[in-house]
Every structure is written in structure tokens, then in C-alpha cells.
Design a protein around this ligand. Structure first.
Ligand SMILES: Cc1ncc(COP(=O)(O)O)c(C=O)c1O
Length: 403
């Protein structure tokens, strides 16, 4: 029999771990329970919006399972898929070998393993603002500090390079670069990428290159940043989640740059990866199929995204009090609403949810200031549906800004 009714305490680190993209769903469920339909523009998953996983990838998983490939794999992944990833990087201008590639449970696990391998408690990692929030969440968990560098909406959401230079310190252990970017849709031009490489080189701070949207820039795939200098200190991450339309499979990879200065990091990542045994096995076979087979679905996907990006920007910029930088890749936009004094981005987003049944994520969940009025829109829905959503947002925003 229990001698006490006190709740079991949880670790302090949990309070620092926030992930607004999913946290906000609890609010949406309450709104649904009250009888209102909610349109979900919060999660970057193409599947619920009707985009289909290419059949040859499904066949590869199916075949692997039927062939009995249902056991653990080696912890860095099966050899043939690691070869395929290495070959793909090499073909894109970043020569690498299978030994420097690991298969991971999505980009997410690659990020977590690498931050775990690089940063001690109290160390600093430079993270863009706004950022994909997993970086700050993982850093909170391991007790390291996210130090935000600005990306600038008045310059197409490009990184503020001088700000990065000022923030680098002896405690800096990594520089996170997300390109093409979530949540802003920015795609960085060559001069910016070269400047990021120069900063990394000068301070011996490795770049964590989140390239999960690399094939979803509307003007065509962007090469990995490491292709501009294959000797740079880089760990590059990607997955099947976005450009191969299979996010639920948790099939990703990372490649550690060829510089010998990264050998210790590679060994540390492998050591940490041993502990989690392997990423999902049958899905590793689909990675080979994805990187060696037909990619024509990406042409259609990019065209669909370009159309939605243009529609989104036009509709949101037409709303009085709102402005939106046009995305150049991925499926996100980061509009700004001019908030009346005293209001926050979260207040706007929650009111939009409760009064118009549209769920977005407030910018402060990505690290922007609450009073700045940024929020993120996922524009994967059909164009007609998006038009209806933006019309509802326009009506709501007019009322919201007038009270
Ligand atoms: C920038 C960025 N990195 C990583 C991820 C996680 O992707 P994965 O499904 O590959 O873990 C996402 C997912 O939205 C993302 O937007």
C-alpha cells in the first residue's frame, strides 16, 4: 500500500524543453471539443494534405520486411544505404565515404546525437532566430545554452553575419545553419554560405548544416553547404521526411565532413549511436531506393510548393496590418502582424484559433520576440483551401486589430 500520495517528481530539465509546434495542439483539441472545426497549419507533414509517398520507396520497405530484414541493423546503419548516402553527397559536390555516414531516426536524431557529442553543460551553440525549435529543446535537455543569432526579415530572412561574428566566444561549440529554412522559407545565396564557412573556419566552430529541405528550393535542389569547401568543419543532416514524403518512417542520415579534425566528433557520434542500437531497419532499405532511384516526384512537389508560396505571400500581404516575406523553399511562411501595444504573438495565434478555427504557431515558439507579432504558417493545403483559410484570417485580423 502506498504510504504517500505525493506525485512522482520529474527532472528539472523537462521544464526547459519546449516544442510549441506540438504543444499548441492541446489548445486546438479544446476548440474542437467545443464543436468548432480546426484547420491545422502547424505541422510540416505533407502526408495529411494528400501528398503521396513514392511507390518505389514503399516497395523497398515492403520487400525488406518480406525478405526478413526485421532484426537490428549495425548501429550506424546498413552498408548499402550508407554507401548510397555517401555517393549522393559526393555527386552533390561534397566528397565523402560510407564510414563517415550514419543512418538516424530522422534528421531529429542526427541533431540530438551531434549536439550530445559536441556540447558540455554550460557550452554555447549558435542557433538562428527564428529557429526550428528542436535545437533549443535539445540544448535545454543537455544543459547547454542556445545563443540566438538574428536572421533579418527586411533582407529576406538572411543571417546577420556581423551578429554571428560578435556572438562567437570560446564557449561556442557549434553554429546551426538551416538552409532552406524552417520557419522562414529562406534559401541562402552563395555569398552568405561562403561567409558562414569563413566564420566556422576562422573560429574552428563546426557548422551543423540542417539540409532536410535541400531538394525543396523552388528553383531546384541546393547543393550541401559543404560542397563549397569539402574540408570545412561540417556535419550535414537530412532525411526522407520532406523531399521523399515519408516523415513517419523516421529514416534519416548524417554525414561528417572529411576533415581529420572531425574524426573525434565522428567517433563520439558513433559511440552515442551504439546505445540506441539502430534506426528503423526496413526503412533503411528505402534510403537506398530514394537516393539511387527515380526522383521525379520532387519536380511536381516543388512546383506545388512554389504555387502555394506565391499564393500565401500575396494573400497575407493583402491583409491590412500584416506583412510576409516570400519563401523560396520548403513549405513555411513567417508573416508578421502589427500588434497593438501589450499584445503578444501567442495571444494573436490563440485568438485566431478560437475565433476563426485556424491553427498556426506563434513566432516566440521559434525564438522571435512575443511583441514582434511573427507566426508561422504551413502552406501544404490545396490552393482553394488555402484561399479560404486566408480569407478567414483576413476577417479575423480586421476584428482583432480594431479592438
Ligand atoms: C529544419 C528541420 N530540421 C529537422 C526536422 C526534423 O525532421 P525529421 O523528420 O527528419 O526528423 C524538421 C521537421 O520539420 C525541420 O523542419
Amino acid at each position: 500500500m502506498a504510504v504517500t500520495t505525493t506525485a512522482v517528481p520529474v527532472a528539472r530539465r523537462v521544464s526547459g524543453f519546449t516544442y510549441a509546434i506540438r504543444n499548441i495542439v492541446a489548445e486546438a483539441r479544446k476548440v474542437e471539443a467545443a464543436g468548432r472545426t480546426v484547420r491545422y497549419l502547424n505541422i510540416g507533414d505533407p502526408i495529411p494534405f494528400g501528398f503521396k509517398t513514392p511507390p518505389h520507396l514503399i516497395e523497398a520497405v515492403d520487400r525488406a520486411m518480406r525478405d526478413g530484414q526485421n532484426g537490428y541493423t549495425p548501429s550506424p546503419g546498413i552498408a548499402e544505404a550508407r554507401e548510397a548516402v555517401a555517393h549522393d553527397f559526393t555527386a552533390r559536390g561534397l566528397p565523402t565515404v560510407a564510414d563517415r555516414v550514419l543512418l538516424t531516426s530522422g534528421t531529429s536524431e542526427g541533431i540530438e546525437l551531434t549536439l550530445g557529442a559536441l556540447a558540455n553543460e554550460g557550452d554555447e551553440v549558435l542557433v538562428p532566430t527564428p529557429t526550428y525549435p528542436l535545437y533549443t529543446a535539445v540544448l535545454a535537455k543537455i544543459g547547454a545554452r542556445a545563443v540566438y543569432y538574428r536572421t533579418d526579415p527586411t533582407r529576406g530572412w538572411l543571417p546577420d553575419l556581423d551578429h554571428i561574428r560578435r556572438l562567437v566566444s570560446p564557449a561556442t561549440k557549434a553554429l546551426v545553419v538551416i538552409d532552406p529554412n524552417n520557419p522562414t522559407g529562406a534559401v541562402y545565396p552563395r555569398d552568405v554560405r561562403l561567409a558562414l564557412l569563413e566564420i566556422s573556419d576562422r573560429h574552428a566552430v563546426p557548422i551543423l548544416a540542417d539540409e532536410v529541405y535541400g531538394d525543396l528550393a523552388y528553383d531546384g535542389s541546393v547543393a550541401p553547404i559543404g560542397s563549397l569547401n569539402p574540408d570545412a568543419l561540417i556535419v550535414s543532416f537530412s532525411s526522407m521526411s520532406k523531399a521523399y514524403l515519408a516523415p513517419g518512417w523516421r529514416a534519416g542520415w548524417l554525414a561528417v565532413g572529411r576533415s581529420e579534425r572531425l574524426d573525434g566528433v565522428l567517433a563520439a557520434i558513433k559511440k552515442l549511436a551504439d546505445g540506441r542500437l539502430c534506426s528503423p531497419g526496413p526503412m533503411q532499405y528505402a534510403i537506398t531506393a530514394a537516393l539511387t532511384g527515380d526522383r521525379s516526384h520532387q519536380v511536381a512537389f516543388r512546383a506545388a510548393l512554389r504555387e502555394r508560396a506565391a499564393l500565401t505571400t500575396a494573400a497575407l500581404n493583402a491583409i491590412p496590418g500584416m506583412s510576409c516575406v516570400e519563401p523560396k523553399g520548403a513549405f513555411y511562411a513567417m508573416p508578421k502582424v502589427e500588434l497593438p501595444p501589450g499584445r503578444t504573438d501567442e495571444d494573436y495565434v490563440l485568438s485566431l484559433l478560437r475565433e476563426a478555427g485556424v491553427l498556426c504557431v506563434y513566432g516566440s515558439g521559434f525564438g522571435t520576440k512575443p511583441e514582434d507579432g511573427f507566426f508561422r504558417v504551413v502552406f501544404l493545403a490545396e490552393p482553394a483551401e488555402l484561399r479560404a483559410i486566408y480569407a478567414a484570417m483576413a476577417d479575423f485580423t480586421a476584428v482583432y486589430l480594431s479592438r
